[in-house]
Design a protein around this ligand. Structure first.
Ligand code: ADP
Length: 491
């Protein structure tokens, strides 16, 4: 039983397989036919995408549309004017001649017949009861009585007719004049064909030149796109070509270049900042590592080494903490997340507090105060104190032992002026032009034991500017420096 079932099943399997193969084939055929039908839609979609993307193509199509409309208007106009003038002239000629013949006292029906023969027209005269009295071309069926004016078609010939009242032998009659306008229509059709051929040929040339002419106009855009595509962080100095005529594209290129200059400056500054910051951090880390190694080797037994290492590590970690704090401040400022907690406070009281603190930590200098009584200020007390501290610390750092440092507070109409004047090493003009740059330290202070990281003044400047104030510096090499903070009294 079992093997039989198996054979049967196998047969069924093959049958199913064959059926599937046929189905797949059929399905494939159906798919290709469907594809063939969908081809125009696909083609249309590609063109639509192109139009959506390419300004050049869009403009070209607009020009072509305008051109076709203008040509159509001109062509149809010419044909209508030509055709109607021809028909009108022929009709009027027929009408005038018939009117003249019928206006004579004795009507010469021969003339009427001759005229009708020559112009292939038909003239019918009816009495007021619409009874036919006379007809030209008697051998042909007449077109019958008709009111007013109109056009009829007879055996591929077109006739324009008019119903006219006439007096014949003092009797009221109606004359219907049929004018054959087939020739005029044929001529007009001929002219229409010529116009169609001429305009189509002109259109083909115009379309080719419209598509071709866009290339030159849009070449600068392509060049710009290529240049912009090549700009990367490794290639930031690439700029757009702004030579050539002055047009909107040049304006765009100049503006783009200016923007790139700013971005490049910012980028270089950021890179410099990161490299300076890591450099500043590397030194204390190396020092700490050195002392830790020393501790590991000799510190356990040598008390002197132990103390020296502890002091050094303390100093360096203190300096690192200070550096990281300053870096965080600058990063927050750059990110725009620096928050000022402004309040009304006494600048006098804050300065007295700061000077007292200075007296506690420093007894190497002569401190002098000239602080005005009660100057209220609206601002971030903590930050302003931080800026003042930076200036006082610098004055202490860069003024030799026993030098004088004067802290004063004065006001004028608009500003509270906090001055920190020292009799220290002073600065040259060259140094002065850089002291607010991040990580700048003069050669002199670089070698000094107490040299900072070159971030203090940059931070003080940010604080003062964020209070809409300003800083003035006066300094003379070897004689001393004066830093004045101008803080606006009115917010
Ligand atoms: P630092 O932490 O190095 O003092 P700052 O930004 O506060 O950094 O100052 C930048 C540089 O300006 C100092 O390295 C020093 O060369 C100079 N400088 C600042 N204040 C004084 C001053 N009172 N006298 C002389 N030089 C000063």
């Amino acid at each position: 039983m079992e093997p039989n079932t198996f054979i049967q099943l196998e047969g069924l399997d093959i049958f199913l397989k064959m059926k599937n193969e046929n189905e797949i084939k059929e399905h494939g055929n159906r798919k290709s036919i469907l594809k063939l039908f969908l081809l125009p839609i696909h083609f249309f979609r590609i063109i639509k995408e192109k139009i959506g993307f390419s300004i050049r193509l869009k403009l070209s199509l607009i020009y072509i549309r305008i051109l076709i409309s203008a040509m159509l208007l001109a062509g149809v106009g010419i044909i209508i004017i030509f055709g109607s003038t021809k028909i009108y002239n022929d009709f009027m000629y027929n009408y005038d001649t018939v009117s003249k013949i019928l206006a004579k006292e004795v009507i010469n029906y021969n003339d009427l017949e001759l005229h009708a023969q020559k112009n292939n027209s038909q003239i019918l005269i009816y009495d007021t009861d619409k009874k036919l009295l006379y007809s030209t071309k008697k051998d042909q069926p007449n077109f019958g009585y008709r009111n007013y004016v109109g056009i009829i078609n007879n055996e591929n010939n077109f006739f324009i007719y008019i119903n006219k009242r006439v007096l014949i032998s003092d009797q009221q009659m109606r004359v219907i004049i049929y004018t054959d306008i087939s020739n005029e229509l044929k001529e007009t059709l001929g002219l229409a064909k010529v116009i169609l051929y001429v305009l189509s040929t002109a259109l083909v040339f115009a379309i080719i030149s419209i598509f071709g002419s866009g290339k030159g106009v849009f070449r600068p855009i392509k060049e710009m796109t290529d240049t912009v595509r090549n700009i990367s962080e490794k290639n930031m100095n690439l700029r757009l070509n702004v030579s050539g005529s002055k047009d909107e594209l040049k304006d765009l290129a100049v503006t783009f270049n200016e923007m790139m200059n700013r971005i490049e400056d910012d980028y270089i500054r950021q890179k410099q900042f990161v490299s300076d910051a890591s450099h500043e951090l590397r030194t204390p880390i190396a020092v700490i590592q050195g002392y830790v190694d020393m501790l590991d080797r000799w510190g356990k037994s040598d008390k002197e080494v132990l103390q020296e290492s502890i002091d050094a590590i303390k100093n360096e970690s203190e300096s690192m903490k200070d550096l990281v704090y300053k870096l965080l401040f600058l990063a927050r400022n750059d990110k725009g997340t620096l928050v000022l907690e402004k309040e009304e406070f006494s600048l006098t009281e804050m300065l007295i507090e700061t000077t007292k603190e200075t007296q506690i930590i420093d007894n190497n200098h002569v401190l002098d105060f000239d602080i005005e009584e009660e100057v209220p200020l609206y601002g971030d007390r903590k930050r302003i104190k931080q800026a003042v501290r930076i200036l006082i610390d610098n004055a202490l750092k860069y003024t030799p032992k026993d030098g004088k440092i004067t802290i004063s507070l004065k006001t004028d109409q608009d500003y509270a002026k906090v001055s920190i004047m020292d009799t220290g090493i002073g600065m040259s003009n060259e140094e002065l032009s850089h002291i607010f740059d991040r990580f700048y330290r003069s050669d002199n202070s670089r070698t000094r034991e107490k040299g900072g990281h070159g971030l203090g003044l940059a931070i003080a400047k940010i604080i003062v500017l964020s209070h809409k104030g300003k800083i003035k510096v006066r300094s003379k090499k070897g004689s001393g420096s004066e830093f004045i903070l101008f803080l606006p009294l009115k917010e």
